[in-house]
Design a protein around this ligand. Structure first.
Ligand code: K1U
Ligand code: ZN
Length: 167
């Protein structure tokens, strides 16, 4: 297994729109294992392939306390969304920044699992938030884009300053 490099905002590669996975094969399963290892090491509760500069529609997620319940979503599609909820979100591509975002409260998502089998899931609460946050990454959108232009520009400056200091 391998730890992958997580791209940081405002790297333009985060704005790339991911393509659907054509075939769930061993290469995709190896990438999923590497993404999971990277997410657990970060540590985080989700990771989209976009964040590791792979522009295919793949998400890994684990919301369990014990970190033993990996969920994989390949080519995810939200088929139903209702209600509204506020949640203070974080992002491994925007480390140290936590901001409240409003999103649909309950969703139905259809996707393929790591074996290429289709499944349907009803999600609410943090699971629904996390799925939507990761699906935004696959569409080339970072959660800070829900914030005001002023907040976005402050966060961008902070991230660029931090990048300069660590180089
Ligand atoms: O997409 C990402 O960068 C992952 C992100 C997922 C997420 C968290 C919260 C709301 C929406 C989406 C993270 O995992 S941020 C880190 C985090 O939430 C966390 C880290 C350690 C323990 C518990 C949570
Ligand atoms: Zn994120």
């Amino acid at each position: 297994m391998a730890l992958l490099n997580i791209i940081h905002y405002p790297d333009p590669r985060l704005y790339t729109v991911a393509k659907p996975v054509a075939e769930v094969n061993d290469n995709i399963r190896r990438l999923i294992r590497d993404m999971a290892e990277t997410m657990y090491a970060a540590p985080g509760i989700g990771l989209a392939a976009t964040q590791v500069d792979v522009h295919q529609q793949i998400i890994v997620m684990d919301l369990s306390e014990a970190k033993n319940a990996l969920q994989v979503f390949i080519n995810p599609l939200i088929t139903k969304a209702e209600g509204s909820q506020d949640y203070e979100e974080g992002c491994l591509s925007v480390p140290g920044i936590y901001e409240t975002v409003t999103r649909p409260e309950k969703i139905t998502v259809e996707a393929l699992d790591k074996d290429g089998n289709q499944f349907k899931l009803n999600a609410d609460g943090l699971l629904a938030v996390c799925i939507q946050h990761e699906m935004d990454h696959l569409k080339g959108k970072v959660f800070v884009e829900y914030l005001s232009k002023l907040k976005q520009s402050r966060i961008k400056s902070k991230m660029k300053k931090r990048m300069r200091e660590t180089m």
